[in-house]
Write a protein that binds this ligand. Structure first.
Ligand SMILES: *[C@@H]1O[C@H](CO)[C@@H](O)[C@H](O)[C@H]1NC(C)=O
Ligand SMILES: *[C@@H]1O[C@H](CO)[C@@H](O)[C@H](O)[C@H]1NC(C)=O
Ligand SMILES: *[C@@H]1O[C@H](CO)[C@@H](O)[C@H](O)[C@H]1NC(C)=O
Ligand SMILES: [Ca+2]
Ligand SMILES: [Ca+2]
Length: 354
């Protein structure tokens, strides 16, 4: 009798796991292929080959690009090279990427940059906040940008027990930012369970020197985060749920959800078009191809524009789509004066006219 019960339980568990895996195969768009969409005059950025995970652009047109992310489960073509931050001047006719020198007491060998966010102080000083994963832990590094010298001076490393598995940040004041935690677990096997069971245990954190708190939770995997131009709304990509959450920001920094926009693709990083207020999302059309990298059939890229974000009917359109022959694993897109710059997890960066 005991054996029968055990066998029944085993059978039921296997059936359950099998069903979850089948469900997962659908959820990660295993069978999705990409229809190409290409704006005019696209060219790849020379010197960026090993990732351009996140991009943030100053009002003056200087773009910061984080490159060289090493992330468990995702491909990386340069595992022994430390990460870098590139700078590009988008006002130039043919902008080139240059590596920013980093000075200050900072271990460059362990630099593993992920999400980035610019903060401009009242005195116009430009700071770059960078999510870093030294030894696969999560810290936030604060740098001061020296425009003349084209360099970053490391000022401070922020660590906190709640700053775990951090993906992206958006900085809203001196040492005040929202950060996304993309997975609850940090152990690879438990992350896998978290994914197949579709647990919604990922969250958004508010950090300041005085107070650190969870301000929104219940996400499958909170990833890219940004704010509207008027700083009243926070936009969050739940990459695993293929959705974008529009949230209202309150004076005490809490966030309440206004709406969810379903996409059918895995939105990674979000930016806002400063001219129109539209959201731009760098997306992974097929997550299976991203996790099981095959150079013969590589992961593609997709960039969406979401217009009329706060209206009843936001409009979603495709600005760029490619099957991986040009650009693989897009994560972010940022626009500046009619041009679009697109970045990737581990591949190149592409610049086009819109
Ligand atoms: C990218 O990585 C490859 C392999 O490590 C290396 O040969 C190449 O120089 C890197 N390219 C850049 C631009 O860093
Ligand atoms: C951009 O997307 C990559 C790929 O998942 C992610 O690891 C990274 O955190 C994202 N960066 C930002 C700033 O959201
Ligand atoms: C991707 O598209 C290009 C042209 O659009 C085509 O030549 C190539 O075979 C496609 N690659 C794959 C892996 O489907
Ligand atoms: Ca960012
Ligand atoms: Ca991200």
């Amino acid at each position: 009798m005991g054996r029968l019960v055990a066998l029944t339980l085993l059978g039921a568990s296997l059936a359950f796991i099998g069903a979850r895996l089948l469900d997962l195969r659908e959820r990660i768009n295993t069978f999705r292929e990409v229809e190409p969409v290409e704006p005019q005059n696209c060219h790849l950025i020379e010197g960026i080959e090993n990732g351009s995970e996140d991009i943030d652009i100053l009002p003056s047109g200087l773009a910061f690009i984080s490159s060289g992310l090493k992330y468990p489960g995702l491909p990386n073509f340069a595992p022994d090279e430390p990460g870098k931050i590139f700078l590009m001047d988008l006002n130039e006719q043919n902008p080139r990427a240059q590596v920013l020198k980093i000075s200050g007491g900072f271990d460059k060998e362990l630099f593993n940059p992920h999400g980035i966010s610019i903060f401009i102080d009242k005195d116009h000083t430009v700071y770059l906040y960078v999510v870093n994963h030294p030894h696969m832990k999560s810290t936030v590094e604060i740098f001061k940008f020296e425009e003349q010298e084209r360099s970053l001076i490391h000022l401070k490393t922020i660590k906190h027990e709640l700053l775990v598995s951090v993906n992206d940040i958006v900085v809203l004041g001196p040492e005040q930012f929202y950060a996304t935690r993309d997975h609850y677990f940090t152990n690879f096997f438990l992350i896998f369970l978290e994914i197949i069971l579709d647990l919604h245990w990922s969250y958004v954190l508010f950090y300041s020197p005085k107070e650190v708190k969870v301000v929104a939770e219940g996400f499958a995997s909170a990833n890219g985060i940004t704010v509207s131009s008027d700083q009243k709304y926070v936009y969050l990509a739940d990459v695993a749920a293929k959705s974008i959450h529009i949230m209202e920001k309150h004076d005490n920094w809490d966030l309440t959800q206004l709406k969810v926009i379903q996409l059918g693709t895995f939105a990674d990083n979000l930016t806002v078009d400063p001219a129109t207020g539209d959201i731009l999302a760098g997306c992974h059309p097929n997550a299976m191809k991203l996790f099981f990298y095959n150079p013969e059939d590589p992961p593609g890229s997709e960039v969406l524009r979401i217009q009329h974000v706060l209206s009843e009917k936001p409009r979603v359109s495709t600005l760029y789509a490619n099957n991986g022959s040009v650009l693989q694993g897009s994560t972010v897109a940022s626009v500046y004066q009619g041009k679009i710059l697109m970045g990737t997890v581990f591949h190149k960066a592409l610049y086009c006219e819109l």
